[in-house]
Design a protein around this ligand. Sequence first.
Ligand code: IMP
Ligand code: MG
Length: 419
Amino acid sequence: MTKADIIVGIQWGDEGKGRVVDLYAQDYDVVARFGGGDNAGHQIKVGDVDIALRIVPSGVLNPNVELFVGGGTVINPMGLVDELDRLAAIGVDISRVRISDRAHLVLPYHAAQDRASERARGAGAIGTTGRGIGPAYIDKAARTGITFGEFTRRESLAEKIRQNLLHRAALLEGENVPSEEDIIGATLDAAERLSPYVVDGVAYIHEKFARDKRVLIEGAQGSLLDVGYGTYPYVTSSHTIAGGACIGLGIGPTAIGRVIGVVKAYCTRVGAGPFPSELHDERGERLRHAGGEFGTVTGRPRRCGWFDAVAGRYAVALNGLQALVITKLDVLTGFERIGIVTGYRVRGQEVGFTAAGSPDLELTVEEMPGWDEPLREVRTRAALPQAAQRYVARLEEALATPAELVSVGRERSELVRMH
Ligand code: IMP
Ligand code: MG
């Protein structure tokens, strides 16, 4: 059996996984997503058209790749119909998409509930994407969720929506929620459109393995947003780390081959929560503008800061990472000195990433000399400016993980192969 490889983000999301998956997908037969929903956003360019992928895996531009959305995901069916229509309109073959019958529906009342609970949190708001992701996972765990498998049972599907609306009426009071009739109507329409894509997800993925297909598993969000191991409660509601791939696809750990981590050459975060290496000065501002650090889903400016090796080592352990892909190295061009957070201390004691939210946290910041040369044309490790080579080597050393690829520009070809 050919084992499946996993690509995950190892910071707070937006590491550039989409483009990395797009590139690696050339060597695979199937690209599978295992968790999250349309809180994820990946901007791709097809000719002059910009499309934001939300649910469809990032392998979509490789015409020979099949695209699978696993049972661990939560999907807004109306949004997915839109996304498929937009892809089809620019000539993408969407007949390759399959959705697991185990995936859960995200419906308008989930988004309303997301807004209501954020408001109730007041100053402690998480800064969610407002897409209803958390409430959909709450329903899944509470056993009141609705799966794509129920598309074939229209009557019971409608009844479950009615029940769900009834049971959260108090919660949604004053929220702007479409009427029961509208939600049921829209959901049944979407069900009709999407039914041809829904499959027995467990049978689907195991049949791929049985036929020796090469499967690439695509993570969504980043490891530090994992519901169990991230900066809780400032996290998303799914398991984003590599282990989540087994759960989200219904496969065993023995099916996994390599685990590759995508990491930005600096750090960003959208939404609230601990971010020890955040820069609140003009250097943070500069990273934001040079890196185009504004959210794909919500348009929010991302918080920016130095590379955090404490967080990085933690994520390497969580994922069992074997290799790194470093993105956006070019964004650091022109900084005289580049910081790397190499240690956390609380009252003089060395502590680990778990202390990230501590009010007494102190950082050890190592400063490295920067470089002025643009990197976009560079294609080999040796051709990188000395200071950039040293910076990459320092990241590899700090994370005890080799880099296999470094991106130096937005275009597909603007990459440095490290060996
Ligand atoms: P939720 O996933 O919408 O519930 O949001 C929870 C937290 O995860 C918020 O801080 C979001 O900004 C963050 N988040 C969710 N999805 C992404 C993503 O794809 N990239 C970056 N941050 C994300
Ligand atoms: Mg994103």
